[in-house]
Design a protein around this ligand. Sequence first.
Ligand code: HEC
Length: 109
Amino acid sequence: MRYFISVVGMVALFITSNAWADTSTQTAPTTGKDLYKAHCALCHGGKGQGVPPMFPGLNSKSVEVYAAMMQNYRAGNGHKVMVDMAKSLTETQIQELLAHIATFPPKQP
Ligand code: HEC
């Protein structure tokens, strides 16, 4: 039940998150952490652990590799979900996200 509530919470966050782009009343700076929570955590996990086998973790490759993957998605290559996701983000947002992804504890073998 708790899991269900948190999933619903995250979905709500995910849906409402697009709202900040145009709210001038938003004063808190948008950090990579906030962006990640709003756009990525639902599928890739709060600490980048992923949901295998459906959603890969973001804690097993170097951040340079993830950066290259994001650019590849942004260019329209690969999984549609990620292509749409990457295209909806600005270059700056992607840099902020990558900075946050770099803080995830590495996956234990
Ligand atoms: C709706 C679910 C979903 C959301 C939300 C999502 N992703 Fe993904 N992501 C996926 C799936 C599915 C794949 C695997 C794509 C494939 O098989 O090529 C993936 C793959 C990736 C990969 C490649 C990982 C690897 O090792 O192959 C990166 C990097 C990534 N996502 C980053 C992000 C970031 C950053 C965000 C937030 C801006 C995000 N994703 C949001 C579903 C999602």
